[in-house]
Write a protein that binds this ligand. Structure first.
Ligand SMILES: Cc1ncc(COP(=O)(O)O)c(C=O)c1O
Length: 445
């Protein structure tokens, strides 16, 4: 006679609820489950070398927002990469933090972003001695990495913590050929999705921190502020199981993944016109195929891969991003590679230069802080009248979920054109009040 309302019966809604158990009152009694939670989180803290750890059932989205709520106070500035995930931008809204944007360099050959240069962050710190933290997303969505140890040193010299959104790379640090994870590189906190790179249930995320520059009680308050009071036991247990797997067999499974990806990269780069992201600035477990030299349209290649039962993380005109994980053996990765090559051959066309996607090239002009814009009175205007006005909404092509327009930013003709281009290519225009882009929500005049 407690939750869940489905009572583990399948007679009302069918088997969709199978495997669902609440954490409190399911994995243990309501009064005792916290011991179980703290035991799992303590083991994860030890594995990652953290002082503090929490398991989230609300993804890195929640983790990012918790970490935004864990630093500074409303009105303070943070240095942050503009190619951030929308969850962190909304974290700035929640926490009232003001962004000082830094941008990654764009690789001219691939049109894709590299990591943010340490000097860029150093310059921003020198120009803004009043910031309260540095936030960086690393690896980037395309798997490029920055010098996190250099960033940590720069942030610490300025007396502020470095916080890293490492959503895509929970496996980092678990094999000598992988870069260290953010904490090992010197960061003060990181969030990672256990459901992305690790075999945990969807929504599972891990938030980890050191408490030299961040306050443990504040971290807890920030985490609890927006976490559900009814976490799903199955997600919590799966995060713990992924943690146990990494501790037990992480190195072997990462070695298998690295072998699979290395072979796939080699095989793909033998295909005329096709290349892959590779080299010291790229996370070695990511598989990013660059199609421009083959003339194939990535949106069509992606559709072929879906039809073949092998959907990928992202496809746009010039790029296919696959996310192999430690669950994939070498055969699975090789089968995917051959299917990808067959799709590219089928769609081969006139080679072209890659066009950097809107998400990477956005040059925002911030007029109002994100929080002020989020709560300001707004109105809906036709697209033609929106140019030159200040956006009230966040609009992000998804994936990758990087806002092309954020609340408080000037709506430029370039931003509208870039969004329209994504739309014309069949991309999903997410979070816009009007996803047809006929109208925009702007700050009321
Ligand atoms: C860089 C980055 N951070 C955070 C997130 C949010 O992760 P989650 O889906 O686990 O909430 C994403 C999702 O794609 C992401 O790309």
């Amino acid at each position: 006679m407690g939750t869940p309302g489905h009572k583990s019966l399948h007679d009302l809604v069918g088997s969709v609820v199978s495997g669902d158990a609440p954490f409190y009152g399911g994995l243990d009694t309501i009064k005792h489950a916290d011991h179980l939670r703290m035991d799992g989180e303590g083991r994860a803290a030890a594995l990652w070398g953290a002082d503090w750890c929490r398991f989230s059932v609300a993804g890195s989205t929640h983790g990012n927002q918790a970490l935004a709520l864990a630093v500074g106070e409303p009105g303070q500035k943070v240095i942050i990469n503009r190619t951030l995930h929308r969850s962190l931008l909304l974290g700035l809204v929640l926490a009232g933090l003001r962004p000082v944007w830094v941008r990654p360099d764009i690789d001219v050959v691939s049109g894709l972003p590299a990591g943010v240069a340490v000097q860029t962050v150093r310059d921003a710190l020198a120009a803004n001695p009043d910031v309260c933290a540095v936030f960086l997303g690393d690896p980037t969505y395309v798997g490029t990495i920055s010098n996190l140890a250099g960033h940590a040193e720069a942030a610490h010299e300025a007396g502020v913590p470095l916080i890293v959104d490492q959503a895509w790379a929970a496996h980092l640090g678990f094999h000598p050929d992988l870069p260290p994870h953010a904490l090992a590189a010197g960061a003060d906190a990181m969030v990672t999705s256990a459901h992305k790179a690790l075999p945990a249930c969807t929504q599972g995320a891990i938030v980890l921190a050191r408490t030299q520059r961040l306050d443990q009680a504040r971290l807890d308050r920030a985490f609890e502020a927006t976490h559900t009071t009814s976490p799903t036991g199955s997600i919590m247990a799966s995060i713990d199981a992924a943690r146990a797997l990494l501790a037990r067999e992480g190195e072997r499974l990462c070695a298998r993944l690295l072998r699979g990806v290395a072979s796939a990269r080699k095989r793909l780069s033998e295909v005329p016109g096709l290349s892959v992201l590779d080299g010291p600035g790229v996370e070695p477990a990511k598989l990013v195929a660059l199609l421009a030299g083959t003339g194939a349209n990535g949106n069509l290649v992606e559709a072929d891969l879906i039809a073949a039962g092998m959907p990928v993380e992202m496809g746009d005109r010039d790029t296919i991003i696959a996310i192999p994980s430690i669950a994939d053996d070498e055969d699975r990765i090789a089968r995917f590679t051959e299917t990808l090559i067959a799709a590219v051959e089928k769609r081969r066309g006139q080679p072209r230069h890659p066009e950097p996607a809107a998400a990477w090239t956005v040059q925002p002009q911030t007029v109002l802080a994100p929080r002020e814009a989020f709560f300001a009175a707004n109105e809906t205007v036709a697209a033609s009248a929106a140019i030159g006005r200040v956006s009230a909404e966040l609009i992000a092509p998804y994936p990758p979920g990087i806002p092309v327009l954020a609340p408080g930013e000037l709506i430029t003709a370039d931003a509208v054109a870039a969004l329209r281009e994504v739309q014309a290519d069949g991309g999903r225009i997410a979070y816009a009040a009007d996803s047809t882009l006929a109208t925009f929500q702007v700050i009321a005049s």
